[in-house]
Design a protein around this ligand. Structure first.
Ligand code: ADP
Ligand code: MG
Length: 518
């Protein structure tokens, strides 16, 4: 089979099909257009309507993208990259999408209008992105937990969100409460120290401790225990009853087994209580009713917890989880906390004054499920932005950091046409400020030109339209959000620009058929 006829990879020449590039880039533009108007503090919201006709208003790049039934495979790539950006740094998704669209637009122009070979463009992108990230690192300022920049970075990240100013204050309070205690191996890790939960029925709240969205096993149990000695169990407490019935045991056998089950359960509960625990938190997927009943009879504060909560509970209370019944005999397995209590009205369990590492829980409210979901996501974005800022530093926001490294990126000397490929990266670097200002109602291009001739760190005040020092304005972004977005955009652009044909499986078999006939 000759691969040149096959057309998957073909040297650029007069006969290269631009159709794939055209259709792929159109798909990217269509996706990018759905989110670009949300960028920045003056960005607009989107009304999302799902298949069940539920309405939901969002300003969050990933949420919007995920709600699209992105059918085009290249469009789906964008969604995936945005998701990855969200997972890795938790912010900057719209930035990544806007930059990738810009790169593809510019790359397409170079390929189509100037006849630059895609591989040259791709090399230009690779070098340009690497260099730009390096330059941004050079611009970054390291900050510590008590610096004003920490507050600024949180406010900037939440500036475009529903009720962002209030959420920023919640996040900042939580950050200060956990403080240096959130450092693990020298880096801040707020996943381990700040929990964010949402609840529609109550006010926003910050709790110095862990809040579990649970109720006690039984309403008969005490509502509150002071001086909590906590047993955290992962024991297999699964009921065995159904298995016997399936095995068609006779009545006598079942009776014997039932007695056995009761005495085993009693044994387990006895040894749990013998540890001195007055709180039992159960992290087993299934629990035999007999065990539950006996725990209730003993009057200990008992509740189920989810697997995801176990690590938090271990860190916060110092409990050593019990995996096999022998563990119950080991010393020092109990965790300790000042108090555990259930708020019956809201169905929440509060655990406060743990003897282990600090933990803070932010409870975000919302009048509807949708607003609480949007506020919850925004709060997590803010926490993530703070983490990235503390670990890797901050740069001036509003697209200023990107804008002022453009000349230096251009100064990078590459051989031949790769140099032209750099333009792809510089256009992307310019696109962020342009879009933020366009969204604020200005002529974006004109304002970018104004900012460009201003000193480094200067951007445009989104209210007055005048050049301002972004550091002084307190508009700062985490370096990591910028470099990740730039890398993500580069990845998408490179793959899209490299594709010269979209082949579906059907096309391939058609091709193969005609090849064999020949
Ligand atoms: P993303 O999904 O990329 O995080 P956002 O809608 O959150 O998108 O917008 C983030 C951008 O908005 C950042 O570049 C940030 O610097 C910018 N921004 C936030 N507040 C301001 C402001 N007051 N003036 C100019 N730019 C701002
Ligand atoms: Mg953001």
């Amino acid at each position: 089979m000759s691969s040149s006829n096959f057309g998957v990879w073909r040297p650029i020449a007069e006969n290269v099909e631009y159709n794939a590039l055209e259709s792929n880039s159109n798909a990217v533009m269509a996706v990018a257009d759905t989110v670009r108007t949300t960028l920045g503090p003056k960005g607009l919201d989107k009304l999302l309507i799902d298949q069940a006709m539920n309405r939901h208003v969002s300003n969050d790049g990933v949420t919007i993208l995920l709600s699209l039934k992105a059918i085009h495979p290249v469009a789906r790539m964008i969604v995936e990259i945005a998701e990855r950006q969200e997972q890795l740094v938790g912010d900057g998704t719209t930035t990544a999408v806007v930059m990738s669209a810009e790169m593809i637009k510019e790359g397409k122009r170079l390929i189509r209008e100037l006849g630059v070979h895609p591989t040259k463009v791709v090399e230009g992108i690779e070098n340009g992105v690497r260099h730009a990230c390096h330059l941004l690192e050079g611009e970054a300022k390291l900050i510590s937990i008590n610096d004003v920049e920490l507050e600024q970075v949180v406010r900037t990240s939440l500036a475009s969100k529903l009720d962002g100013a209030r959420l920023a204050e919640l996040v900042i309070t939580a950050l200060r409460m956990v403080g240096e205690n959130a450092k693990y191996n020298g880096e801040y890790d707020f996943n381990k120290s700040i929990m964010v939960i949402r609840k529609t029925s109550m006010e926003d709240q910050i709790v110095n401790g862990i809040v579990l969205e649970r109720k006690r096993l039984d309403p008969e149990l005490p509502l509150e225990v002071n001086g909590a000695r906590i047993l955290l169990t992962k024991l297999d407490l699964k009921p065995v009853k159904e298995a016997w019935i399936k095995e068609n045991k006779n009545y006598q056998e079942i009776l014997l087994m039932e007695n056995d089950r009761m005495s085993k359960s009693r044994e387990i509960v006895d040894s749990m209580v013998k540890t001195g625990a007055n709180v039992v938190l159960i992290a087993s997927p299934e629990v035999d009713q007999a065990v539950e009943d006996m725990l209730v009879a003993r009057g200990v504060f008992a509740a189920r917890v989810a697997t995801e909560e176990i690590d938090h509970l271990i860190r916060y209370t110092g409990a050593k989880p019990v995996r096999v019944s022998e563990d119950l005999k080991k010393p020092d397995i109990l965790g300790k906390a000042d108090r555990i209590r259930e708020d019956e009205d809201n169905g929440l369990i509060y655990l406060e004054g743990g003897i282990g590492r600090n933990m803070v829980t932010i409870i975000v409210s919302g009048t509807t499920k949708e607003t609480s979901l949007e506020r919850w996501r925004a709060t997590i974005d803010g926490v993530n932005a703070a983490e990235a800022a503390l670990n890797k530093g901050v740069v001036p926001g509003g697209g200023a950091a990107e804008l002022h490294i453009i000349d230096k990126v251009k100064g990078l000397k590459l051989k031949g046409l790769e140099q032209v490929g750099l333009e792809v990266v510089t256009s992307a670097l310019e696109s962020i400020m342009r879009q933020i200002l366009t969204n604020a109602g200005f002529n974006g291009l004109e304002k970018v030109m104004m900012a460009k001739v201003s000193p480094s760190g200067y951007g445009i005040d989104i209210n007055s339209g005048d050049p301002v020092d972004m550091w002084k304005m307190g508009v700062v972004d985490p370096l990591l959000v910028k470099t990740m977005a730039l890398n993500a955009a580069g990845e998408i652009a490179k793959s899209v620009l490299r594709i010269d044909r979209n082949l579906a499986a059907e096309d391939l078999s058609q091709q193969a058929l005609s090849e064999t006939k020949r």
